[in-house]
Design a protein around this ligand. Sequence first.
Ligand code: PAF
Length: 281
Amino acid sequence: MLVFKNIKEMQAYSRNHRSAGRTIGFVPTMGALHEGHLSLVRQSFRDNDITLVSIFVNPTQFGPDEDFHAYPRNSEGDIQLLSELSVHAVLLPVNEEMYPEGFSLSVQVGETGNRLCGRSRPGHFDGVATVVAKLFNIICPDRAYVGQKDLQQTVVIKKLVREMNFDIDIIVCPVVREVNGLAMSSRNSYLSKEERRAATVLNRALKHGREMILIKEVSDTALIIKELEEIINSEDSARVDYVEIVDAEKLLPLDTIRSPVAICIAVYIGNTRLIDNIILQ
Ligand code: PAF
């Protein structure tokens, strides 16, 4: 497996494969890889001739009081995992090359980036869209793979591709969960043993929401949100950031259920902010 630190070399490698008529699948990551990321890599292998992965903890998507410096980093372990999967190449750029002195352009996502997570993380999705646009320009993949766990991010990236005319298919892969239902996330490494148990409340709340909608046929979203908040608040270490029921495509809030609907939640477990969602057709 090749590891590129230099952007131009990565660009040339990718271009050579494209010129030879090979399809390229791309998995953008911030490292600290887990089974969720690996499921994206495996899907890319099934769909493409070549699979490329980037590892870059992107400073522009973190707010000043967020965990950029503490964010888990394990590039040696990540490279080991990816080479075991026979990934063709990894891009591991340095900050100075991604954001050289004087860098000032950015993608402004607008309203879609201000809802849900955007309310407590202003500017986050502009940072995501900016770095993803740069990575797409470097790799020029045929397909890019993103996880449904970050539902709002998938909507933002699809919007980026549509509105900026990137010729790339965005493939959204299902949430990968631990046996106890906790959605896999690099930030789970912040949780203590007790917090890990408490964090299963996110999945319990989502399952309750699904039951209310699909089995009890409750249509009033305010009622569903109230019950989900009660479940989350029953855990001492949990604090709701938001519970929202939205249409799964534009993420606009719904008063009554209509398909496809997404239940999206963000919850602090101690100091760790976790997100999760389910989509119901
Ligand atoms: O989901 C992530 O890991 C990041 O937001 C991404 C898409 C790699 C952009 O930095």
